[in-house]
Ligand binder design. Sequence first.
Ligand code: S6P
Ligand code: ZN
Length: 194
Amino acid sequence: MSTLPTELEGIMTPRVCLDWGGLMKGPEVKESSRSLGDLRGIFRDVAQASAADPARIVYRVQSWNPVNTGVPGGLFWGVTTIEPGKVGDEYFMTHGHFHADRTRAEYYGTVSGEGMLIRMDDERKTWGERMSAGSLHYIEGRHAHRVANTGDTPLIFWACWPSDAGHDYATIKTHGFGSRLMDKNGRPELIPNA
Ligand code: S6P
Ligand code: ZN
C-alpha cells in the first residue's frame, strides 16, 4: 500500500487517471472480478445458475485505495462494470452489501448503460433507483446496496466511499434483499423475495 510522500515540492503528475469511458489507469489501481460461479447463491433460479458457465464474468471492479482499509477520514474510489445478462429472468447484478459501519455513506454515479440501484433498509424495505448516464446516487450508511444491469450494454458506475466503511457481505449472503429485480415482459420489476 503506497502512502503520500512526506515532503511534497513542485509539480506532480496525477497518481491515477479516470478515462471518460469510466475506467481507471495507474499502477495503484487494483482489479477484481466476480463470475457466475462466485455468485451462484445469490440468484433465485438455482437450476439455471448451476447450468450456466461458472467462469462467465458478471462484473469487474477497479479501485484506488490511497490509504489503508480501516483508516478513518480517507476515501476510496471504485469503478464497477456489470455485463449485460440474466440468470433465468433475473438481471446480472452485484453481490450487494451493507457497510460494516452503518454510519458510513457512499456515492454512486453512472457513467454509461442502464440499470437499477437496489437499496434496502434495516427493516428489509427494498426499493430501486433507476441508473443511467449521469445519474448520481447518495446511499445512506444504513442502507444495503446492490446494482443490476437492466440494459443490453455494460453498465459502468463510479463509487466513492469512506476508507473505514468496511463491508458486511454475510448478511446479504444469508438473508438476501427484501425484493429481487426480475425481467417481467421486458421490463424490470421488483418482486418480493420468498
Ligand atoms: C464499495 C462499493 C462498490 C462495490 C462494487 C461491487 O463500497 O459499494 O465499489 O464494492 O460495486 O459490489 P459488491 O457488492 O460485490 O461489493
Ligand atoms: Zn458500498
